[in-house]
Design a protein around this ligand. Structure first.
Ligand SMILES: [Zn+2]
Length: 70
C-alpha cells in the first residue's frame, strides 16, 4: 500500500502525486512532464472523491486518527 496519492495527468497520463485534502481546498499541482497545472476540475472530481474514499478507509484501517465530535 502506497500512502502517496496520485492522479493521472489529463494530458499525458503521467501520474501526478498530490495531497487530496489540499486539492479539495483548491491547491493546484503541476505535471512534471509538460508543466501543466492540475486543479480540481469538474471532470477530475470523481477521481478525487474516489481517492478521498480510499484515504478515509486507510485512516480507518490505520486507526491512528481520532475525530472529535461534540
Ligand atoms: Zn502531463
Amino acid at each position: 500500500m502506497n500512502n502517496e496519492q496520485s492522479i493521472p495527468c489529463p494530458t499525458c497520463q503521467n501520474k501526478i502525486p498530490f495531497d487530496p485534502i489540499a486539492l479539495l481546498q483548491g491547491a493546484q499541482f503541476v505535471c512534471s512532464n509538460y508543466q501543466g497545472v492540475v486543479g480540481l476540475a469538474t471532470d477530475s472530481r470523481p477521481i478525487v472523491e474516489e481517492t478521498m474514499g480510499k484515504f478515509d478507509e486507510m485512516r480507518k484501517n490505520a486507526g491512528q486518527v481520532k475525530k472529535v465530535d461534540e
